[in-house]
Design a protein around this ligand. Structure first.
Ligand SMILES: Cc1ncc(COP(=O)(O)O)c(C=O)c1O
Length: 388
């Protein structure tokens, strides 16, 4: 058969994590002792109290039918209660929250629900690649907002060309940020919401890392008065509860945007397995358990070991306040791809080159804190043997 991939698929840059993963697998297959600080996949298992909750519900035939497209009411209620307790944000669980299949599902489907071909989606770079692919799939015109260290890795919304602002339908933002680990405070969110309202732009805020923090808990954009007029926020159970393989999250905020997203999802998936949503209820109800607090401490210890080690070796790095990523400058004059390639080839250490997140990621690499402290010490030792 003579056929070609769709133009929209051809328009995507290669999905970087897949490429890095391939190189890593080849190294492992060759018998090398690879330390993977690449893909941000929590390394610890799902907490036992959640697995136990799943065991109790998985055999119940009531959970074996098609789920509701928008999610079981109990999960949405648990999410609403979590938002109230954690952020003092009041949400109607029937209209202002839907269950998503991980936050990626919602992030990826939202443009199909709210953006027409030719309309602009504002996309931060460096950033999570799905904002771009989702926009391209929807036929939208991506407009990239370059984040820089000087700008605290926040988009300069006032610098966006007026003609672009006029055509813009939506903006993605992500704090705590992947890959830079930067944060946004409520004052910045207030400015963003005021700007979005003035320009009638939907704000799609990705809060996947909001619960992975070390000191001050990051805010929700929905804490801004009137944010629900223009914003939705994506939440994930993946990183908070090590439920990355279970695929569960929720979207909260503007009821019309959520209804539109539910309509898209009703046509492409049939919701998440009810039993997973019930396990999600147990997770959210247990969000202040000791295990969760301990996990923050675990990432903090790993962060401290890596940042201290890198600093000692002369790298320029500042310890992140949230996320399990360390965003570090490459040695002078070394581009990020060369750095990542050499680290894999000569030290068997996987990092993600900053360029993979967009041009302004050049000169940086991202390390995920998803291996034990001893292995991080080993990473530092191996890096110490490389000369640049
Ligand atoms: C910034 C960001 N948003 C969203 C996601 C998606 O996570 P999930 O679909 O597991 O909730 C990821 C995953 O790595 C991420 O880094």
């Amino acid at each position: 058969m003579n056929w070609e991939k769709s133009d929209r698929l051809k328009a995507l840059p290669p999905y970087l994590f897949v490429e890095i993963d391939k190189a890593k697998r080849e190294a492992i297959a060759a018998g090398r002792d690879v330390i993977n600080l690449g893909v941000g996949d929590p390394d610890r298992p799902t907490f036992e109290f959640i697995v136990e909750a799943m065991r109790k519900v998985v055999g119940d035939p009531a959970n074996h039918c098609y789920p509701f497209d928008e999610g079981v009411p109990q999960f949405r209620r648990a999410a609403a209660e979590f938002m109230l307790k954690r952020y003092s944000v009041e949400l109607d669980p029937t209209a202002e929250i839907i269950t998503s299949i991980g936050s990626k599902d919602a992030i990826a489907h939202l443009p199909l629900a709210v953006v027409n071909p030719g309309e602009v989606v504002l996309i931060p770079r460096p950033g999570y690649p799905v904002y771009n692919s989702a926009s391209v799939f929807a036929g939208a015109e991506p407009h990239y907002l370059n984040l820089t260290a000087e700008g605290d890795w926040l988009p300069d919304i006032n610098a966006i060309d007026e003609a672009i602002v006029q055509k813009a339908k939506m903006i993605y933002v992500n704090y705590p940020n992947n890959p830079t680990a930067a944060g946004a405070d409520l004052a910045w969110y207030e400015k963003l919401i005021a700007w979005a309202k003035a320009n009638e732009i939907i704000v799609a805020a990705d809060a996947a890392y909001n619960e992975v923090y070390f000191e001050t808990p990051p805010p929700s954009i929905l804490q801004v008065a009137g944010a629900k007029d223009v914003a939705v926020e994506f939440h994930s159970l993946s990183k908070t509860f090590n439920m990355n393989g279970w695929r569960i999250g929720w979207v909260a905020g503007n009821a019309d945007v959520i209804a539109a997203l539910a309509a898209v999802k009703g046509n492409v998936d049939s919701g998440q397995f009810n039993a997973v949503q019930w396990a999600g209820v147990a997770a959210l109800e247990g969000s202040e358990r000791e295990e969760i607090l301990q996990q923050r401490k675990l990432y903090q210890d790993r962060r401290d070991v890596l940042c201290a080690g890198l600093t000692k070796l002369g790298y320029e790095v500042s310890p992140p306040a949230a996320t399990f990523y360390v965003w570090c400058r490459c040695p002078d004059e070394v581009d990020s791809m060369t750095f990542a390639r050499r680290c894999l080839a000569e030290a068997d250490v996987v990092f993600i080159p900053g360029i993979g997140f967009g041009p302004t990621g050049e000169g940086y690499f991202r390390a995920a804190l998803t291996v034990e402290v001893e292995r991080i010490e080993e990473v530092v030792e191996r890096l110490g043997k490389l000369s640049w």
